[in-house]
Design a protein around this ligand. Structure first.
Ligand SMILES: [Zn+2]
Length: 248
């Protein structure tokens, strides 16, 4: 069944107002940094929502969680500046424990969507096979739910007046349906990743940069460009009671 004939996939690059939800400071850059930079360059208004403080992201026992959280906040601010700038909302949930705060997080998601009124949101794909990090699956699920709940006036009316559902672009999806040419902004993505010094020092950082570069080249070949980023883009209608969404 060709679902796209009756339910077309919206054009991510036509987004005017985007909210990008991230489990940790750095995921947005890894998953979608070059596309975000392209959107900002063409005038798209971008808001980041960083769910956790990322205070568990170190193998160094000498640094405290509070210290690391403060460092990572600065790194995140710098990284978005490099991509072109935008607003950042830090929700400050405890790293690795988002699952235990899912209901509260879900309310935050609806509140932000109703306040900012985006036409597009982004998040990690919670249906990624083999995704073992609960912060990623929890956030992806809560953002997906928030997308379909945003227009229901009687669903959590205390979280703001209803707004039209935005479309959603999942980064890190196993079934992408949209490939964005990011040849012009890929260097900015690498510089933004480099701003996350606490996460991407040697040897992991250089390895990750090389991996992401090769991946972007590989995906770029599919559409005949030098570098690209993949997304699974869906409308709210794909997100409920739709047996064909996995093929969309
Ligand atoms: Zn993460």
């Amino acid at each position: 069944m060709d679902l796209t004939a009756i339910l077309p996939i919206p054009d991510l690059m036509a987004a005017k107002k985007l909210v990008v939800f991230s489990p940790h400071p750095d995921d947005n850059e890894v998953g979608a940094g070059a596309t975000i930079a392209r959107l900002i360059a063409q005038g798209c208004d971008v808001t980041y929502v960083i769910a956790t403080s990322g205070q568990a992201g170190s193998e160094d026992p000498a640094i405290s969680g509070e210290q690391l959280a403060a460092v990572r906040k600065e790194e995140q601010v710098m990284a978005l500046e490099i991509l072109g700038g935008g607003r950042i909302i830090f929700l400050d949930y405890p790293d690795t424990q988002l699952q235990e705060h899912a209901a509260e997080l879900g309310r935050d998601v609806i509140r932000v969507i109703r306040e900012v009124r985006p036409d597009f949101v982004m998040s990690p794909d919670p249906w990624l096979p083999y995704e073992a990090h609960p912060d990623h699956t929890t956030l992806g699920h809560q953002v997906s739910t928030g997308v379909i709940m945003a227009p229901f006036a009687l669903a959590q009316p205390d979280l703001g007046p209803p707004v039209p559902s935005p479309s959603i672009a999942y980064y890190g999806s196993a079934w992408p349906n949209t490939v964005v040419d990011v040849t012009s902004t890929f260097e900015a993505k690498l510089r933004a990743l480099d701003a996350h010094k606490s996460q991407f020092g040697p040897p992991l950082g250089p390895q990750l940069m090389m991996y992401l570069t090769l991946l972007a080249q590989e995906i770029g070949r599919e559409i005949g460009v030098e570098r690209a980023e993949p997304f699974k883009v869906l409308t709210p209608h794909h997100l409920h009671f739709n047996a064909y969404t996995w093929q969309a």
